[in-house]
Design a protein around this ligand. Structure first.
Ligand code: SF4
Length: 293
């Protein structure tokens, strides 16, 4: 049994077994030049009656649901009151819920007051997936992310302060060949400062629909880095990422050249030796046609 979703529908890989409710459609920002996810949709918040009817229906089919993901791109953009209403109803209808999560932009987190974030946590929203992409301000501006390294740290620290579990995504190759050093050095700094529970490193892959826009918004010629340079970025990121508490680090997304993962900082040595091995055996990397964003 599946809901009549408004496609395309996205969710993080770790929410593969979660029940998904589309409480919003699209992304309220929709301007990141590398992102093709919601270009065909206009941001909208679905009416409470529709959401409630879907929750009622799915509660009849899957009463033992443990995990729920609220889609689309930034459900956190909804008002605190509407979200609390949805969360309370979900807990009422699915008594065994262990986790409710959604995507969140730094802007969403900064726009919510401390009291609002506290109220949402108390109502049972416990995890955010945040696309950080880069910690470098030049790169963030060139890809029109609508955030700076500082605002990302502020937003994520605010969520951490209220107890939220954070999973942050960064994109290898986003600075191209020219900004590769700054991109990785500042991304490692920002991630170290936030120390999220999870970090996912993806690799830049531009869908056809955004390729030209990405290039023109970049403001100067953009040169993709090659696979060995991607490994080199990963190596520098792992070497410089120094969280004060354990962080699950993964570079196992479909877009990556190889699946790598471990817990930082303890597994740093193991991950670095794997990368070292791969750099001298590039034939072991995933073929390009198997990689997607
Ligand atoms: S990356 Fe996230 S914030 Fe940016 S346009 Fe895509 S969904 Fe929206």
């Amino acid at each position: 049994m599946e809901l009549a979703y408004d496609y395309p529908l996205y969710r993080p890989p770790s929410e593969a077994n979660s029940l998904i409710f589309q409480v919003t459609l699209g992304c309220s920002f929709n301007k990141c030049s590398f992102c093709n996810m919601y270009r065909t949709k206009e941001y909208a918040e679905r009416p409470w009656e529709e959401i409630r009817a879907e929750i009622d229906m799915m509660a009849r089919f899957y009463p033992d649901t443990r995990r729920i993901f609220l889609a689309d791109g930034d459900a956190l953009n909804m008002s605190k009151d509407r979200l609390v209403q949805i969360l309370e109803y979900l807990y009422q209808k699915f008594p065994g819920i262990e986790r409710i999560s959604c995507y969140a932009m730094p802007k969403n987190l900064l726009q919510k007051t401390d009291e609002e974030l506290q109220a949402l946590y108390a109502a049972g929203l416990h995890m955010f997936y945040v696309g950080i992409e880069s910690g470098n301000d030049v790169v963030l501006k060139k890809v029109t992310k609508g955030a700076t390294g500082r605002s990302i740290v502020q937003a994520c620290s605010k969520a951490r302060k209220h107890g939220y579990v954070l999973s942050c995504m960064v994109i290898l190759g986003l600075g191209g060949r020219k900004y590769t050093k700054e991109h990785i050095a500042d991304t490692a700094k920002v991630l170290s400062e936030i120390a999220p529970d999870y970090v996912g490193a993806l690799t830049l892959y531009l869908e056809e629909g955004v390729h030209d826009e990405f290039m023109s918004k970049y403001g100067e010629p953009f040169e993709f880095i090659d696979d060995v340079e991607v490994l080199d970025e990963l190596e520098r990121l792992v070497r410089d990422f120094d969280p004060k508490m354990p962080v699950v680090f993964r570079a196992n997304h479909a877009s990556n050249v190889y699946s790598i993962g471990g817990t930082m900082p303890d597994d740093r040595g193991k991950i670095l030796s794997l990368i070292e091995g791969l750099k001298s055996h590039p034939e072991m990397l995933k073929p390009k046609f198997l990689r997607r964003f």
